[in-house]
Design a protein around this ligand. Structure first.
Ligand code: APR
Ligand code: PHB
Length: 377
């Protein structure tokens, strides 16, 4: 079997790349180890930068997104029991979109299948030869796929990163994790609320007028058994409580929950020979800045542009500039909001939050990073 671009992984990175290539008449084969049902129901983050939304619309993938999304022109930082709105749009001209990643994956899978180009689910035993061959098993048969280029879009636990010889790896593991829950309850606020609280960080987000997405800072070695629903709601009510209003958090049945550790990770370079890594395969950011999905899409936009212009040698450098800006922002936001045992550090956090919510310059800098950099298209 032969193709121009072999794409490993049908997450947002792999599927958006496949579509960008398709629009340029470049053929590709997408390989995914899970089933379609699995990838379409996997609950992940849900914040899209305006640049991401504009790209998706420009390439014809924005129809359902534009109809179903929730647009936010600001967010709230809550500390010492008082909420402070950061008016993102007023400060930057940009807004953010709330749309579940798995909803986007559904749109991307449908678009790929509509092109008639191959998207193979349930592949196993994938191995990568960076000189241009992917070997895998599909429908019980071994396949050898010759490619001009291989895109390693197989996420943090994929196989492609391991064939980069002697990369420099940067890693930071945070001493906390997030317990995320999806609840059948109407959102209790029109915008996202990031809460700094002595009991730990909490985040109020949403997926639709009927579904609230909530997160709690927990210990990395906590298990779901130690977090029964009653404890989750009690901690959410506590951490999101306010001294200045009688705001109440609506609750409801929890339909999904998981615990995820927070980490920062970068591999440098992101390419070797004919292999190019994109998205979580090359870097992980802590979820606090809601950047993972946006960064993955920025990578594949750059990969497509470098491929089109014959500048593939610059791909890694182009991506890593953005990756490090986003790493810094995500680390900074994470460090500012999570409970830390050291009282000195806790004072610095509160001072930073007060500065951020009282200085237009500081708020603008935060907002500029939160809404995202323009894409290298
Ligand atoms: N063979 C085939 N497919 C694989 C393999 C493999 N060996 N290993 C992993 N995959 C698939 C996974 O099943 C997954 O569907 O690769 C895909 C990678 O997708 P994501 O993990 O979603 O990564 P990416 O596309 O880079 O998306 C960026 O942003 O919000 C964050 O982490 C979140 O998934 C999100 C990411
Ligand atoms: C989410 O809705 O899943 C979400 C929102 C904001 C974040 C992280 C996750 O910072």
């Amino acid at each position: 079997m032969r193709t121009q671009v072999g794409i490993i992984g049908a997450g947002p990175a792999g599927l958006v790349l496949a579509h960008l290539l398709h629009l340029r008449g470049v053929d590709s084969v997408v390989l995914e180890r899970h089933t379609r049902a699995h990838i379409e129901s996997r609950i992940r983050a849900g914040v899209l930068e305006q640049g991401t939304v504009e790209l998706l619309c420009d390439i014809g993938l924005g129809e359902r997104l534009m109809g179903e999304r929730m647009v936010h022109s600001g967010l709230e930082l809550l500390f010492d029991g008082v909420g402070h709105r950061v008016p993102l749009k007023e400060l930057t001209g940009y807004q953010v979109t709330i749309y579940g990643q798995h909803e986007l994956v559904k749109d991307l899978v449908a678009a790929r299948l509509a092109t008639g180009r191959p998207l193979l689910f349930g592949v196993s035993d994938v191995t990568v030869d960076p000189a241009g061959t992917i070997r895998f098993v599909h429908d019980g048969k071994p396949v050898e796929l010759e490619c001009d280029l291989i895109a390693g879009c197989d996420g943090f636990h994929g196989v492609s990163r391991s064939v980069i010889p002697k990369p420099v790896v940067f890693e930071h593991v945070y001493p906390y994790a997030w317990l995320g829950v999806l609840a059948e309850a109407p959102p209790s606020s029109e915008e996202l609320i990031y809460a700094h609280h002595a009991a730990g960080f909490a985040l109020h987000s949403m997926r639709s007028p009927q579904l609230t997405r909530l997160y709690l800072q927990v210990d990395p070695d906590d298990s779901l058994e130690s977090w029964p629903a009653a404890r989750i709601w009690e901690q959410l009510r506590l951490r999101l409580s306010r001294v200045d209003t009688d705001w109440r958090l609506a609750d409801g049945p929890i339909i999904e929950q998981s615990i995820t550790g927070l980490r920062s990770f970068v591999v440098d370079p992101m390419q070797h020979d004919r292999l190019f890594l994109a998205g979580d395969a090359a870097h992980i950011v802590p979820a606090t800045g809601a950047k993972g999905l946006n960064l993955a899409i920025a990578d594949v936009v750059a990969l497509d542009a470098c491929h089109a212009s014959g500048r593939l040698a610059s791909y890694s450098d182009i991506c890593l500039r953005r990756v490090w800006r986003v790493q810094h922002f995500s680390w900074w936001m994470t460090s500012m909001l999570h409970r830390v045992p050291d009282p000195f550090a806790a004072h610095l956090q509160l001072s930073q939050l007060r500065y951020l919510t009282s200085s237009t310059a500081a708020a603008t800098s935060f907002a500029e990073n939160y809404v995202g950099l323009p894409l290298n298209r």
